[in-house]
Design a protein around this ligand. Structure first.
Ligand code: AMP
Ligand code: MN
Ligand code: MN
Length: 322
């Protein structure tokens, strides 16, 4: 894929990532935004995202993001529109901007997005992150400290600081190239990945305290309801990292974390070590993701959701799935 060629004739270019944007989503969108601005200073280039967490404000361009919750864009069609880090149906309100664009481009690394949804697609399920893929597409001579900071943040977040199995030799070579731009990576990792506010730690504590082991200790489950979120005055952004933390419980193959997003409606996060393909499980319920990390939205009571998920997890743990 050649971004320079694709955008050559365009006057207006749009960029969006998935709903509830994570580090990779924000990093890849802003990395691409900064690159395009540098490449085409005269073109109109806009990023539309749901409001990302404040921790990402250290990335250049953060303040220029058009927040989808605030102003639904009454935009005329874009000439080129980029959907990053997901399928078009995960763009939320930006999906219609993508749909109406003259040229659609999809850059992603989700296994559940086989083939891609654009006129031009760069979808590599083996890549650690969309930020790594964006870095492949940026010419060496165009990289700079700001672009490197954005893309490095994305890679750090999707690899869990280079410890998940999606980290490849190429991922590390890419990261090595990026830290060569003298970015303050210890601080970036500390402040965007590990650091938690007091209430974030408190609610993580609640999730750990109330977690339960099922399937002979092979699966760990925890849930935060709306009432608890209101009590601690937290939003979904404050729950990032909880599923990885409960997954650290010795002996577990699979971790399931739910939080309530509406009446009888839950956002589900799934993580696995080795035996369970959680992308497959999430896909059963209209979601998707990666083999070791996936998500979906499910309806019903907490018990309904756990029962429905357990069926598929257990099937894989017992090796009885097709
Ligand atoms: P999460 O549990 O939300 O951190 O998501 C884990 C991984 O699965 C991330 O790569 C997400 O982008 C992906 N994912 C989460 N929810 C969905 C969904 N509904 N459809 C497709 N992919 C998802
Ligand atoms: Mn993502
Ligand atoms: Mn990603």
């Amino acid at each position: 894929m050649n971004i320079r060629e694709i955008c050559k004739e365009a006057k207006r270019i749009g960029i969006s990532g998935h709903v509830r944007p994570d580090g990779d989503c924000v990093g890849s969108c802003l990395g691409l935004y900064l690159y395009l601005q540098k490449l085409f200073p005269k073109k109109e280039i806009k990023v539309f995202l749901e409001k990302p967490a404040d921790i990402f404000s250290c990335i250049k361009g953060y303040d220029e993001i058009n927040i989808l919750e605030d102003n639904m864009p009454e935009e005329a069609p874009f000439d080129v529109y980029f959907a990053l880090d997901g399928r078009k149906d995960r763009l939320g309100r930006a999906e219609e901007l993508f749909e109406s664009a003259k040229i659609k481009v999809n850059i992603d690394h989700h296994i559940s997005n086989a083939g891609g949804c654009g006129d031009h697609n760069y979808v590599e399920p083996d890549a650690s992150s969309t930020s790594e893929l964006v870095c492949d597409l940026v010419e060496e001579e165009m990289l700079d400290k700001d672009i490197a900071t954005a893309l490095y943040t994305g890679i750090v977040h999707d690899t869990g600081v280079f410890r998940h199995s999606c980290t490849s030799p190429k991922t590390l070579r890419t990261a090595a190239k990026l830290i060569g731009f003298d970015i303050d990576f210890p601080r970036l990792i500390e402040e965007t990945f590990y650091e938690k506010t007091y209430v974030q730690n408190q609610i993580m504590g609640r999730a750990l305290l109330e977690s339960i082991l099922i399937m002979d200790g092979k699966t760990i489950v925890s849930c935060i309801d709306k009432k608890t979120m209101d009590f601690y005055q937290v939003t979904s952004k404050d729950l990032e990292g909880i599923v990885s933390q409960i997954k650290l419980t010795k002996g577990t193959e699979c971790a399931v974390f739910l939080y309530e997003i509406g009446t009888l409606e839950y956002k589900v996060s799934l993580r696995s070590t080795e035996k369970v393909d959680v992308a497959k499980v999430a896909e059963m319920f209209g979601g998707g993701g990666h083999v070791r990390a996936a998500g979906c939205t499910m309806n019903g009571t907490f018990h309904d959701v756990i029962n429905n998920l357990s069926l598929h997890i257990e099937e894989q743990l017992e090796g009885t799935s097709a």
